[in-house]
Design a protein around this ligand. Structure first.
Ligand SMILES: NC(=O)c1ccc[n+]([C@@H]2O[C@H](COP(=O)([O-])OP(=O)(O)OC[C@H]3O[C@@H](n4cnc5c(N)ncnc54)[C@H](O)[C@@H]3O)[C@@H](O)[C@H]2O)c1
Length: 342
């Protein structure tokens, strides 16, 4: 297990789904970890601003409050700051003096990015530029959360990191631009980077409404599962804690420097398989097939051999086991009736 005793690490966008899990794990491994987050995008302030009759409002505020309470209980400082503000972000980073900066801030959703490219640019690339510029001569290592979306349509059922980068839509284009910015800061300022390319994370603490979460929520209230397309689409669903373990290894391991890694389960499953697993938990649930979003690339398995060999990444969680845990967490979460208004 990697030991990060005393390493000062700042997570920009660290109060989100992935960030709060990463902060808690880094803290457990002995790091001096700080979270910087504006709480405005897909977080506390955006859900507080929703009308009270919105069915997601109370549930998602509950999830977000759980995340914030966990950070507080673990003694992880939360600096509430919009990372678009360069001077204020730099001042906070200057106080923390991180050796490693992890960039998670973004509009972390392809559909939402296509609907609002301007704000996606600001929250994703402006924040990245600000964090890189602070880090260029003050930090040792910059970790950037990219995405499987940088590949666009997979040309083969399995892709490694050498697959052509040909994204479709705003989200993937900005992720690729972000990767190139990290590489440029290495070229110009010798700032070491690591690029993480995850895919379709699932697990407790998410409010992004990716497909596995929507399926569970619909099933819990007796609503249908609406499947885009015919259910044949293959996705490399990844249990959040596996991805966190890969990220911790990339931070700790010298061979993680100046490389891009697929950090996923390393085995795609069809939407139909996901439905079958959900139906084992909710046998009554019905399925409806609806039109597929034409802007979503056809993906598949992200090969993880490179991360296995270089940094010892070894994900263990099968979709069946992850879903078991995720459903159990959801049942407990909604046991007070927070979903009944739907
Ligand atoms: N979750 C996935 O399946 C997945 C897959 C591939 C890539 N990623 C990438 O991983 C990263 C984290 O994703 P996530 O699922 O945790 O998303 P998330 O929406 O839960 O977290 C993003 C966080 O960034 C913060 N943020 C956004 N703009 C900010 C700003 N201007 N200043 C300060 N904070 C700001 C938000 O408040 C939020 O807490 C993102 O870059 C995302 O694109 C996620």
């Amino acid at each position: 297990m990697p030991d990060l005793s005393g390493r000062r690490i700042a997570l920009v966008g660290g109060a989100g789904f992935i960030g709060h899990h990463l902060a808690l794990t880094l803290k457990e491994r002995g790091a001096d970890v700080h979270v910087i987050d504006g709480l405005e995008v897909n977080n506390l302030l955006s859900y507080l601003a929703l009308p009270s009759q919105n069915p997601n409002r109370d549930l998602y505020l509950k999830i977000i409050n759980q995340r914030l309470r966990k950070l507080e209980a673990a003694g992880v400082p939360l600096h509430v700051q919009d990372a678009r503000e360069y001077d204020k972000l730099s001042r906070i980073l200057g106080e923390i003096e991180p050796q490693t900066v992890v960039q998670l801030a973004a509009v972390a959703h392809a559909n939402r990015s296509n609907k609002d490219p301007m704000s996606t640019f600001d929250h994703s690339l402006r924040t990245l530029e600000n964090a890189l510029d602070y880090s260029r001569d003050k930090a040792e290592h910059f970790v950037y959360f990219s995405s499987s979306m940088v590949y666009g349509n997979f040309l083969t059922p399995e892709v490694d990191e050498t697959h052509p980068l040909d994204p479709i839509g705003i989200y993937g284009a900005l992720k690729l631009a972000g990767e190139r910015m990290c590489i440029a800061y290495k070229q110009v300022f010798d700032l070491d980077y690591t690029i993480i390319r995850p895919s379709a994370l699932y697990g407790p603490g998410c409010v992004s409404r990716r497909v596995s979460q929507v399926f569970i929520e619909n099933a819990l209230v007796g609503d249908k599962l609406r499947v885009d397309g015919l259910g044949e689409e293959r996705i490399d669903f990844s249990w959040v804690e596996d991805v966190i373990e890969g990220t911790v290894r990339a931070i700790e391991h010298p061979a993680g420097r100046n490389e891009a890694f697929n950090i996923t389960t390393g085995g795609a499953r069809t939407l139909r398989e996901l439905i079958e697993i959900v139906q084992e938990h909710f046998p009554e649930v019905e399925v409806e097939y609806v039109e597929r979003d034409a802007l979503r690339p056809f993906r598949g398995t992200l090969k993880i051999d490179k991360a296995r060999e270089a940094i010892g990444y070894d994900p263990r969680t099968k979709l069946e086991d992850g879903l078991d845990r995720y459903v159990a967490w959801y049942r407990d979460l909604v046991s007070d009736g927070v979903l009944s208004a739907r």
